[in-house]
Design a protein around this ligand. Structure first.
Ligand code: FAD
Length: 399
């Protein structure tokens, strides 16, 4: 991928680029120009404006369709040995694409056991899938975004598929962008159709401008070409094969825990690096928000006392306030405060629109909820599907 670079020897920190940048991506610190790559869009404005030629875009070597990348990988949702039918829609589409591109389809499952092979083989054989890979670890019984993203990224890097497909469910939406970032490729989310062009590239079709236009997106220079598709767009199509023809392989993988210790560690590091001591809620840098998942006044008090011991500001949803477990001054949302902290962590918050209106501008959002379908996961940067008290145990053991 292309990137932008400042030649600090040529640069005299005049600040012109800071003023020119339409995305506020540039700042000067200690007489050095720093570009925030999360904000920079490589628009060239600073380059044209720099009289000393100190800023340049470094072009990565463009790759065309290469023989290194082969096959279509379909990442299938497979929790607790349960395979939802919507997966069959996606793999049916993948088989159709494979006929146009000449690529073989591999189904990738991540589970907590290597068992169930016979059943899985017979299901996928009905839908024309010849190759199945099951990666397992006994601790993968819960969906932890960090663990799943890591495992799938590694598998992609090891096997070099040309195309990778996900379902646009909470599972797919949580992991696909993380994987794209890890393996440095693009992703078109929420496609409504997929096709293959004459050169074998994936055409990713999705509505844009509020559904008024259908855009066709192609990424011929970056591999794998990745897309997630909305559930219930494609139809299941049986293309039966004999189960003896199925190549089914399992592999045990390493992971250290069954709750997102990595996610917890990130929270802890953010806490460690902050000098904040109980700032007022609407100015706080780190906010722990209690939702009804805390289940009682005692549950709320436990979270509050942990937060405040560590200089973190406590907040609450309206349900907590209505229960009189917290004061109204702690309420975030439409009828409460609007906050914009560096880090918002929701403990057992469902993510109702009235609540989200008050916290959606937080810089990083971590959601801890035991329900994978909780709406807050749609806007969270880090999704921890776990009992909040397990996470709290981990945090308390470290602090
Ligand atoms: P719930 O929706 O009941 O969610 C609890 C969540 O906890 C669930 O997702 C559950 O899966 C999870 N959970 C349970 N146990 C655990 C566990 N052990 N570990 C992990 N997760 C667990 N709400 C506000 O917050 N702010 C407002 O300003 C606001 N204004 C409103 C204005 C109007 C006009 C109306 C109609 C409503 C307003 N509401 C407001 C209410 C809002 O609609 C929701 O009802 C409320 O935000 C839900 O709060 P909650 O997420 O705590 O509870």
């Amino acid at each position: 991928m292309d990137y932008i670079e400042v030649d600090q020897e040529k640069c005299n920190a005049c600040g012109k680029c800071v003023k020119i940048c339409p995305f506020n991506a540039i700042q000067i610190k200690n007489k050095e120009v720093l570009i925030d790559l999360n904000l920079c869009t490589l628009c060239n404005a600073c380059i044209s404006g720099c009289e000393r030629g100190a800023i340049k875009i470094i072009k990565s070597g463009r790759k065309s369709v290469s023989s290194k990348y082969k096959g279509i990988l379909v990442v299938v949702e497979y929790f607790n040995r349960e395979l939802k039918n919507i997966n069959l829609q996606l793999i049916s589409k993948a088989v159709e694409l494979s006929r146009a591109s000449g690529d073989e389809v591999t189904v990738l499952l991540i589970g907590n056991t290597a068992g169930n092979a016979k059943k899985l083989k017979s299901i996928f054989a009905k839908y024309g899938i010849k190759k199945i890979r099951l990666i397992y670890n006994k601790n993968l019984n819960q969906f932890i975004t960090e663990d799943f993203s890591e495992i799938i990224s590694k598998e992609i890097l090891d096997t070099n598929p040309k195309i990778v497909l996900f379902l646009g469910t909470i599972f797919g939406r949580s992991i696909a962008p993380r994987i794209a970032t890890r393996i440095k490729t693009g992703l078109t989310a929420d496609c409504t159709d997929l096709k293959i062009d004459k050169k074998g590239n994936l055409l990713q079709i999705r509505p844009t401008y509020g559904g008024k236009v259908l855009a066709t997106i192609k990424s011929p220079y970056n591999f794998p070409q990745m897309a997630s598709v909305r559930p219930n767009i494609f139809v299941e199509k049986k293309r039966p094969l004999k189960t003896k023809d199925i190549d089914f392989a399992t592999r045990e993988t390493d992971i250290k825990s069954n709750i997102s210790l990595q996610g917890v560690k990130k929270i802890i590091n953010l806490i460690k690096n902050t000098d904040e001591h109980r700032a007022p809620l609407d100015e706080a840098k780190i906010v722990f928000c209690a939702g009804l998942g805390v289940s009682s006044k005692e549950g709320f008090e436990r979270l509050r006392s942990f937060a405040e011991r560590n200089g973190v500001t406590i907040a609450a949803t309206r349900k907590i306030v209505d229960n009189r477990w917290a004061d109204f001054s702690k309420q975030i949302g439409q009828t409460g405060l609007t906050i914009r902290p560096e880090l918002y962590v929701g403990f057992g918050v469902s993510g109702a629109i009235h609540h989200i209106m008050g916290m959606r501008n937080s810089r990083k959002i971590v959601a801890i909820n035991k329900d994978l379908r909780a709406p807050i996961f749609k806007i969270a940067d880090y999704c921890v599907v776990a009992d909040l008290f397990d996470v709290l145990d981990e945090l308390e053991s470290k602090f």
